[in-house]
Design a protein around this ligand. Structure first.
Ligand code: ADP
Length: 406
């Protein structure tokens, strides 16, 4: 069975086509700048050269049509016909309290994704547009939605409620939802497989640190607490997002700088974090290079990023009364030996001890980087959210074919 995984944003569609008989990627790519005359399709068929095409693509339906066309192209494609796409899985950012796992998409699911627009105004509309665009091109195909929030639905109220008047929870659904759930779930599952210890007997702290960043406390395979909240703004300091700040800064800044709601939102989401502290660098690689060349602001940005991450790890160690494994994933977590070393060396009181050579090795594989006598295992696991979505989609599609017809 072949599963197409789609991650649709407001102006882009990313895709990966999986052959689920061996979970290999047959092709992947993206369409960017949808809505413009200069939209670009980048297509990477496995084992062949990457192809780029610039053309006018004004909407998501056209973008998906282009993707399906190139997947079935006699020369550049990897499928004989559209009949060889058997199911489609979508990444949907917000599933609210409704979805605690992936679901087959029907009218009710689409309505619910729409009802959640006000909780994820930047993300859910793009995902729904992607779902409708697939439907327009492949009207009878099984579609499955996988939610970034779903894994965190196991959090208890002590973690997910905010200490503000309950009307905000009851009427407006204001609570901690958490994000990157597919990634936290995937890497924790891999660590359990690789260490040979059942998930339900492990406590882990998983650090998904890329441009967006979050930490999760996973107790016995279930999300117990996570650093992102109602929105992906809370928690760690990120590329351009502030993470935790005193909430009183918001009305204060609005008053002093005469900012509108949109402006203060944009200030915290797009002009803060590493970008703000370093004075214009949002990318961790550039920050580390600049810091090594003596740039003090870049050094401060790195130090704050590391410090805030380490404080969360300490908090979650306390929240779970200890932990067995610390896991790093996503752009910074997978690639920055320096960040991992700085964090781990300062957690020695918890029994964290790195194997420096293993930590420095650049393999791109799943690997343990703690020393043999470390009380806590430290792992680097490249995340694979698309594979998780493909697995869920495959499972739902197989279940569907096994149900008796009415
Ligand atoms: P996104 O949240 O956009 O998916 P990624 O997970 O791709 O982000 O992470 C992007 C971040 O990873 C960037 O800040 C980038 O600088 C950082 N990164 C990638 N490689 C390295 C590296 N070798 N050292 C430090 N940071 C890195």
């Amino acid at each position: 069975m072949n599963v197409l995984v789609i991650n649709a944003g407001s102006s882009s569609v990313k895709y990966q086509l999986f052959d689920m008989t061996n979970e290999t990627v047959m092709a992947k790519g993206k369409v960017e700048r949808i809505g413009m005359e200069t939209a670009m399709l980048t297509h990477e068929p496995a084992g062949k050269l990457e192809i780029r095409e610039v053309s006018e693509i004004l909407d998501h339906t056209t973008a998906i049509r282009k993707v399906l066309r190139i997947l079935t192209d006699p020369k550049e494609g990897v499928l004989r016909s559209l009949h060889d796409v058997h199911a489609v899985g979508h990444r949907v950012v917000h599933g609210g309290e409704t979805f605690s796992g992936s679901v087959r998409i029907d009218e009710g699911v689409k309505q619910e994704i729409k009802r959640l627009f006000d909780l994820a105004p930047l993300h859910n509309p793009g995902a729904l547009t992607g779902i409708l665009a697939v439907e327009a091109n492949l009207p009878h195909i099984t579609q499955v939605a996988a939610f970034d929030t779903a894994f965190h639905q196991t959090m208890p109220p002590v973690s997910f409620r905010y200490p503000i008047p309950s009307v905000f929870y009851k009427k407006h659904r204001v609570r901690r939802y958490g994000f990157h759930g597919t990634s936290h779930q995937y890497v924790s599952g891999r660590v359990s497989e690789l260490s040979g210890r059942p998930l339900d007997q492990m406590k882990m702290i998983t650090c998904h640190i890329g441009n967006g960043a979050s930490v999760t406390a996973i107790m016995n395979g279930k999300s117990f607490d996570t650093s992102m909240g109602l929105t992906p703004l809370e928690g760690l300091m990120m590329g351009t997002r502030s993470g935790d700040i005193d909430p009183a800064i918001v009305p204060f800044a609005m008053d002093k700088e005469d900012l509108s709601l949109n402006e203060v939102n944009s200030m915290l989401n797009r002009h803060s974090g590493l970008f703000a502290v370093s004075g214009g660098l949002g990318d961790m690689r550039e920050i580390i290079e600049a810091a090594q060349e003596g740039d003090r602001n870049a050094q401060l940005a790195f130090d704050m990023y590391e410090y805030r991450l380490r404080k969360y790890i300490g908090a979650y160690a306390a929240a779970m009364n200890g932990f067995d494994a610390l896991v790093f994933t996503a752009g910074v977590g997978e690639n920055s030996a320096l960040l991992r070393k700085t964090v781990c060396d300062r957690l020695s009181f918890l029994g964290v001890k790195l194997d420096d050579e293993a930590n420095e090795r650049r393999t791109g594989d799943d690997r343990i980087v703690s020393a043999a006598d470390s009380r806590i295992e430290v792992w680097v696991i490249p995340t694979n959210e698309e594979l998780m979505i493909a697995r869920d989609t495959f499972r739902e599609a197989v279940n569907e074919t096994m149900q008796p017809s009415t």
